[in-house]
Design a protein. Structure first.
Length: 310
């Protein structure tokens, strides 16, 4: 049997493959994340700092009771390759979650991209953050046409191009928009769109073959995802030195889940509170300050400082 080879064409959306007979599975013959480009030269960077900080907060407050940190994967602005028919077509969700996959690619390497035919599992949650000009693609048929920009800014899928020799050439196949890909190809169960400008969260749930927009609760959690046992809400607070209205995970009672930094700080405060209580209890028995310090493995000055914090 002649080994199967694949070849990437940088100027096309197709990959030419010498096929075996009988055909092998796409996972065996199509490119892996090592073969596919991890950057898009037409999208050189993030549109603003919010698109960097907000995904961090979502990942750092995510806590799933049914999944460990080692068998789920979160990413932001990472190429997601989704169709074997056009292996170079991809989307770059602002944030997404996949469950039941190893944290590391093949349990050994950081991912350069997420390649569906290699990984097997599509995202369970996708979140997009609206920026000027992205509303139509992010919201699909739910986009309000009355606020749409000039039709001249939206290229027609049936448009033709003129080649260098002056002849008309058929346009290359045009990838579908994000909303369509998430709904019909990836079939992401939970899709969220958030605008930091209006502080509006929109929630689309896959019901049957289509997304249906869901009403939000009146208070946190604005959305409760029963399958994942986690809620999502809008938290007004400070993250990485910036006070804003952030998307943040919470429990069913609306208690905000903590970041790793907040958990560490909470542990320090709890330990300090326990020491304070122990010192106060010992001093209440009439014990001398030096004796209390010796029992708690502290200096007398530390015990005095601890008690002064009460």
């Amino acid at each position: 049997m002649v080994p199967t080879t694949h070849k990437l064409l940088a100027t096309d959306t197709a990959i030419h493959i010498e096929q075996d007979d009988p055909p092998r599975s796409p996972k065996d013959i199509l490119p892996t994340m090592y073969d596919l480009p991890s950057e898009d030269p037409e999208e050189p960077g993030l549109p603003d700092e919010f698109h960097d900080l907000q995904p961090q907060l979502l990942s750092r407050t995510l806590s799933l009771s049914g999944y460990s940190r080692e068998n789920c994967f979160t990413a932001s602005d990472l190429n997601l390759y989704y169709t074997v028919r056009h292996p170079l077509w991809h989307k770059r969700p602002d944030w997404f979650l996949v469950v039941d996959v190893p944290r590391l690619y093949e349990q050994r390497d950081l991912r350069r991209s997420y390649v569906l035919w290699q990984e097997g599992n599509p995202p369970t949650v996708v979140v997009e953050f609206l920026s000027p000009g992205t509303e139509a693609e992010d919201l699909g048929r739910f986009y309000d046409e009355t606020v749409r920009g000039s039709e001249d800014e939206v290229p027609s899928p049936a448009a033709s191009v003129v080649g260098s020799n002056g002849d008309n050439q058929a346009t290359k196949p045009k990838p579908p928009g994000k909303f369509e890909v998430y709904e019909t190809q990836l079939r992401v169960p939970y899709y969220f769109v958030y605008s930091r400008f209006t502080q509006r969260l929109r929630y689309f749930k896959l019901e049957g073959r289509q997304y249906q927009e869901q009403p939000l609760n009146s208070e946190a959690p604005l959305v409760w995802l029963t399958d994942l046992e986690i809620g999502l809400g809008i938290w007004q607070g400070e993250f990485e030195g910036v006070t804003a209205a952030w998307l943040r995970w919470c429990d069913q009672e609306g208690n905000w889940l903590l970041t790793d930094t907040e958990q560490a700080q909470q542990q320090v405060e709890q330990a300090q509170a326990q020491l304070l209580q122990a010192a106060q209890n010992l001093l209440a028995t009439g014990m001398e300050l030096e004796q209390v310090a010796q029992i708690l493995s502290l200096s007398a000055a530390q015990v005095e400082t601890l008690c002064s914090l009460d």
